[in-house]
Design a protein around this ligand. Structure first.
Ligand SMILES: *[C@@H]1O[C@H](CO)[C@@H](O)[C@H](O)[C@H]1NC(C)=O
Length: 243
């Protein structure tokens, strides 16, 4: 096997040279005329929260330098043109409209993942990002806010247990006046991620009537009134230490 280097047949060399020439010629032709047509999205559908009986609109727009792309929609992987539902229309500009959004415990035909497809014959097809559509359900108060008694200097926790989809944003009122929305952990009065109101280092002016207000795009609920009573003196735990 010591003869490999000196054994290239002239014909092989000739074929290699022709091959190189062909490659060079092809790439030169392509240099003056771009081989790829452009097909891209100008606008893609966005994640959307809608309400029951409302209207859902998803927008999509595609561009190509070779013609006008044809748009189509699919939901959870299924082409919508294959599913008959007169609540749904695709506008001539491509936007998808769903009227009278349905949403009940066991029937949620409009919620899901939507994608837009852009096709141009002879060029190809592209699929947009996935837009999540959520239908917001009514809010439910799980546990009403209860009154609490707290020793001076202690921490009081007022709970606001409201659920809904999507999760509601919670605000609090003190004697019917809005408390500033603060999530700063250094602040004495904060709304915790759970929606509870935490009052640290309780002082006499904290003694008041509180209520929470929960809101999502579909509805809003006002919690029950609850009193924060401030008891005089330090908490028992502190007293034990000092006795
Ligand atoms: C298509 O038309 C609808 C209704 O007029 C409009 O809201 C939407 O923005 C349009 N879509 C695009 C992609 O321009």
């Amino acid at each position: 096997m010591g003869c490999v280097t000196g054994d290239i047949h002239p014909n092989t060399l000739y074929a290699l040279l022709i091959g190189l020439c062909v490659l060079t010629c092809v790439s030169q032709t392509h240099g003056s005329d771009p081989p790829f047509a452009e097909l891209r999205f100008v606008r893609e559908p966005q994640d959307t929260v809608t309400v029951r009986s409302g209207v859902l609109q998803l927008d999509c727009e595609a561009f190509s330098d070779r013609g006008v792309p044809v748009l189509a929609w699919r939901k959870d992987g299924v082409l919508l043109s294959a599913v008959v539902d007169e609540r749904r229309v695709q506008l001539t500009n491509g936007s998808l409209i769903v009227q009278n959004v349905l949403h009940s415990r066991h029937h949620r035909p409009d919620e899901g993942s939507y994608q837009c497809l852009a096709t141009l014959e002879g060029v190809g097809a592209i699929v947009s990002r996935t837009a999540r559509v959520t239908v917001s359900g009514p809010l439910r108060v799980v546990v009403p806010t209860e009154s609490v008694s707290t020793h001076l200097g202690d921490t009081a926790l007022l709970r606001c247990e409201v659920t809904g989809e999507p999760m509601p944003v919670v605000r609090w009122q003190k004697n019917r006046e809005d408390l500033p929305l603060t999530f700063d952990p250094e602040s004495r009065v904060v709304i915790l991620p759970s929606g509870s109101l935490q009052v640290s280092r309780v002082q006499p002016p904290d003694s008041a009537t509180y209520r929470c207000l929960a809101e999502n795009p579909g509805s809003s609920r006002t919690g029950t009134d609850a009193d924060l009573r401030v008891l005089p003196g330090e908490s028992r735990w502190i007293i034990y230490i000092y006795i």
